[in-house]
Design a binder for this molecule. Structure first.
Ligand code: UT7
Length: 385
């Protein structure tokens, strides 16, 4: 896919998941289900639930910081930050801007990307293309979700599936072949109603009525999504392998969106792949939407299942409907050379400084606003004049 001889390599990766685990048994105490049903129909054993002080942006920040540290890249060197999320902190500003501010990434553009569970691969593909054209040189691509805040904890068809977390990669331009070799992005909006949160946007803004009708939580026609998912994953994976000039024999590992072990197993059979070539960690985190692929990528790397020179296929599907895949050639050896202690201290100091500076800027803006207001007051003619 490279143009100008530039390739977008993954040079850093990181993940963050909340500490609190919610097991199937705990969910079985809330709705009419069982550990056995959930485990056999989905493969999920537990998922993480964000604490009150955590949100999509705070988790994205933690994953992003970890990825930058592995890449040994200072936040000021970033050109672009993309946060893929279906559950951003606000409609606006973008969660990516919150991350940019807290990182102190002063030279980076930042935006959120809404493509549900395919969002991370969409972001990876767009950032890679921007690097290949020479428009930018580095990018931080994050998938982060706080789905637990949009789950209807009384609906057993959906509440068993979702979890919270974030995963990130740093992309950097290099002249040697590798990195993101090919990608495909697809959509079919006619399937929009299969998986949606009906209210809270401009079509049905929040109101007492939308609240009373429970329209701010995830609604899903699971069986239809299941059927679409298996076909979409297999098709997209085939497309990117072919586009990259590879065969599946040359692919070391497929890292699919972790929605349901049965979906992954069906797609694996459709692609005639041996099980060990397909990564799965859905049992530990459930479906974390846009975060699931980068979280799985981080764990695969740290388990030693990804080696320099390996070809990977990342493939996702989700609401929209959307689906996407990317073929990636890995370049970085694991374990990475540990950073000297002084370097770690420097990273920590950098983080503290970025947070402080963000605080100063906020306070400064308020003081400036107050001064302007006072100035305006003084300059205004009084009522008697
Ligand atoms: O990132 C993309 C997001 N979404 C997905 O990937 C979801 C894709 N779909 C799925 O993963 C599966 O369709 C589900 C796990 C959601 C459901 O599994 P299924 O095998 O398709 O079950 P089903 O919806 O066909 O339901 C079978 C039965 C129904 O009972 P009846 O009508 O046959 O009597 C459901 O009411 O299972 C019942 N059921 C449950 N029973 C116990 C549905 N959910 C539960 C539950 N516990 N949690």
């Amino acid at each position: 896919m490279a143009r100008n001889g530039r390739y977008a390599h993954i040079v850093g990766w990181g993940m963050y998941v909340p500490a609190h685990r919610r097991t199937n048994d705990e969910i079985a105490a809330m709705v009419d289900t069982s550990d056995e049903w959930i485990a056999t129909r989905t493969g999920i054993k537990e998922r993480r639930i964000a604490a009150e002080h955590e949100s999509t942006a705070t988790m994205a920040l933690r994953a992003g910081e970890a990825a930058l540290e592995i890449a040994s890249l200072a936040p000021e060197a970033l050109d672009l930050i993309i946060v893929a999320s279906a559950t951003p902190d606000y409609l606006f500003p973008a969660s990516a801007c919150i991350v940019q501010d807290k990182l102190g990434a002063d030279h980076a553009g930042a935006f959120d990307l809404s493509a549900a569970c395919s969002g991370f691969v969409y972001g990876l593909s767009l950032a890679a293309q921007a690097i290949e054209t020479g428009a930018i040189d580095t990018a931080l691509v994050i998938g982060s979700e706080t789905l637990s805040r949009f789950v209807d904890w009384k609906d057993r068809k959906t509440c068993i599936l979702f979890g919270d977390g974030a995963g990130a990669v740093v992309l950097a331009g290099r002249n040697q072949r590798g990195g993101v070799l090919s990608s495909t992005l697809r959509s079919d909006g006619s399937g929009g109603e299969l998986l949606l949160v009906p209210a809270g946007g401009s079509r049905h803004p929040a109101s007492l009525e939308t609240l009373a009708n429970n329209q701010h939580t995830i609604k899903m026609l699971g069986r239809e999504v299941f059927r679409f998912a298996t076909r979409a994953m297999a098709d997209a994976a085939r497309v990117v392998v072919e586009k990259a000039g590879l065969t599946f024999d040359e692919v070391a590992l497929v890292i699919p969106h972790q929605a349901n072990s049965r979906i992954i197993e069906t797609a694996t059979r459709m692609l005639r792949l041996p099980e060990e070539k397909v990564y799965m960690n859905v049992e530990r985190y459930g479906n974390t939407s846009s975060a699931s692929i980068p979280i799985a990528l981080c764990e695969a790397v740290e388990e030693g299942r990804v080696q320099p020179g390996d070809n990977l296929v990342l493939v996702g599907f989700g609401a929209g409907l959307t689906w996407a895949a990317a073929a990636v050639q890995w370049a970085v050896p694991w374990p990475v050379v540990p950073q000297p202690p002084q370097q770690r201290v420097l990273w920590r100091a950098r983080r503290v400084f970025a947070r402080l500076r963000s605080g100063w800027r906020r306070v400064g803006r308020r003081i400036w606003g107050a001064l302007r207001w006072l100035q305006g007051k003084r300059g205004q003619p009084s009522a008697e004049e």
